[in-house]
Write a protein that binds this ligand. Structure first.
Ligand code: FES
Length: 105
């Protein structure tokens, strides 16, 4: 298991904002949505395009390219044309900082 990686200060990311971070070579988008925090891989499982700029629908993110929806909590693909999940990552708030960890193995 790897260590926690610092992303930014909690107050640096306002509600609805996002921050990209490189986590062990994987680009992860960290989001603050309605006071909740999520960390999800920035790659759509449909066609490999970036997911992070997509519009939000509650705890879902919509791929800006073809409109597939993914659950921010689980990474599950919820609507076509994506059928495979994307990775989600552990996130914690500690000492005023946002931190993520790669728990996929
Ligand atoms: S690249 Fe995301 S739905 Fe096609």
């Amino acid at each position: 298991m790897t260590d926690w990686q610092d992303v930014c200060g909690i107050e640096e990311l306002k509600d609805g904002e996002r921050r990209l971070v490189d986590l062990n070579g994987v680009v992860v988008v960290v989001l603050r949505v309605d006071g909740q925090w999520f960390a999800i891989e920035d790659v759509c499982s449909h066609d490999g395009d970036s997911l992070g700029d997509g519009p939000l629908e509650g705890d879902r993110i919509v791929c800006p390219r073809h409109g597939a929806r993914f659950c921010l909590r689980t990474g599950a693909a919820l609507t076509p044309p994506a059928y495979e999940p994307v990775a989600v990552f552990a996130l914690r708030l500690a000492d005023g900082r946002v931190q993520v960890r790669d728990d996929r193995w």
